[in-house]
Design a protein around this ligand. Structure first.
Ligand code: KIV
Ligand code: ZN
Length: 391
């Protein structure tokens, strides 16, 4: 594997599916898993097998179905969880057990009511036990974002000694600033013995809207895996959005960090996840929102019509969106009206356009958006006034 390849670990079916209302049955999960495999993700976190018989079955069936990606099951640092996950993953071509424990003061003191030493012991035991079943064991230090770096380094070192192949550094509560998260990854790279034999992974939540920025800071600092979900769904404000990190790396080639994602499938995959989970996406969502490639102000429309790159940094075709949209509102100008009219068969002279634009503004001031049917009406109207035959 190239040193600059960023592994994409998709957790739509685990961290994403945890969200109230997003629950999927096995059949739906299989359809999404197949699509994620096609999309080119490296790891599919298929579920938390011990959590319910339904989740066990889903992980089991996905393990049989997926031929290319690694299939991963989540566990706590608990023997029964690990044993059940191993059983669920037994048909996987490339199985991975994802086990771990909270490492921040709040987790140690209030959740487990224990000591740092006891947490390290549990981490070691969990990784060693998981190694009995699979070669590929990912260890997560839950709430690493708020964990003291020196203690985090100690836990990571012990997890490596116990056989972990990947170390997940979750910003579970979405608290870190990008500089802080990047510095944490750098600290681990510089202070953990054996760190170069494992992959460091970013798992960032979006409570402050920084999940994507933190993940990018993490890979710039040396992490080589990003954990993310389609549309950024996930606990509370969500996880890092897969489509965002993938397009950031693609649009900034000087970073020299690549993924294997077929970006042309991003939009369709986003639609599939919305539909199956019944979870809509905000219109202004980056990359896949309804307005991501829509232009509505006159100044922007004029620029885009002359040259798309004036106001677009991504060619919509690159993410599977057929074309940019010129949305007609009362803020649109003549260029946009002429452009849309031409699309539906009206080639306007300057005089016709001037007349049509006066009518257009009358319509547009009364409604939020002008659609093709309105343009037909406007053309009829100016035909009547000007007696000029149009298309
Ligand atoms: O956010 C988190 O810490 C997690 C872990 C279970 C990996 O989802
Ligand atoms: Zn999470």
């Amino acid at each position: 594997m190239s040193a600059n390849k960023i592994q994409i670990f998709d957790t739509t079916l685990r961290d994403g599916e945890q969200v109230p209302g997003c629950k999927l049955d096995t059949k739906q999960k299989l359809v999404i898993a197949e699509r994620l495999d096609m999309l080119g993700v490296d790891i599919i976190e298929a579920g938390f097998p011990v959590s319910s018989p339904g989740d066990f079955t889903s992980v089991n069936e996905i393990s049989k179905l997926v031929k290319r990606a690694t299939v991963c099951g989540l566990t706590r640092a608990v023997e029964k969880d690990i044993k059940v996950a191993a059983e669920a993953l037994k048909y996987a071509k490339r199985p991975r057990i994802h086990t771990g424990i909270g490492t921040s003061t709040s987790h140690i003191k209030y959740k487990f009511k224990t000591t740092e030493e006891a947490v390290i012991e549990r981490a070691k035991k969990a990784v060693s036990y998981a190694k009995k079943f699979v070669e590929d064991v990912e260890f997560y230090a839950e709430d690493a974002g708020r964990t003291n770096n020196a203690f985090l380094a100690k836990v990571c070192e012990e997890a490596i000694k116990s056989g972990a192949t990947v170390l997940n550094i979750p910003d579970t509560t979405g608290y870190c600033l990008p500089e802080e998260y990047g510095a944490k990854i750098k600290y681990l790279k510089e202070n953990v013995k054996g760190i170069d034999s494992v992959i460091l992974s970013c798992h960032c939540h979006n409570d402050l809207g920084l999940a994507t920025a933190n993940s990018i800071a993490g890979v710039i600092a040396g992490a080589r895996q990003i954990e993310c979900t389609i549309n950024g769904i996930g606990e509370r404000a969500g996880n890092t959005a897969l489509e965002e990190v993938v397009m950031i790396l693609k649009q900034h080639p000087y970073l020299n960090l690549q993924t294997d994602i077929n970006t042309k499938l991003l939009y369709d995959t986003s639609l599939m996840v919305r539909e199956k989970m019944g979870m809509p996406v905000q219109p202004n969502k980056a990359i896949v929102g309804a307005n991501a490639f829509a232009h509505s102000s006159g100044i922007h429309q004029d620029g885009v019509i002359k040259n798309r790159e004036t106001y677009e940094i991504i060619d919509p075709i690159e993410v599977g969106v057929t074309e940019s949209a010129i949305v007609l509102t009362a803020r649109s100008g003549r260029a946009a009206l002429a452009y849309r009219a031409k699309k539906i068969g009206y080639e306007l002279t300057k005089i016709q356009l001037d007349k049509a634009y006066v009518e257009f503004l009358q319509f547009a001031d009364k409604q939020k958006e002008i659609i093709d049917e309105d343009i037909h009406l406007i053309m009829k109207q100016i035909n009547k006034i000007s007696k000029i035959a149009i298309a």
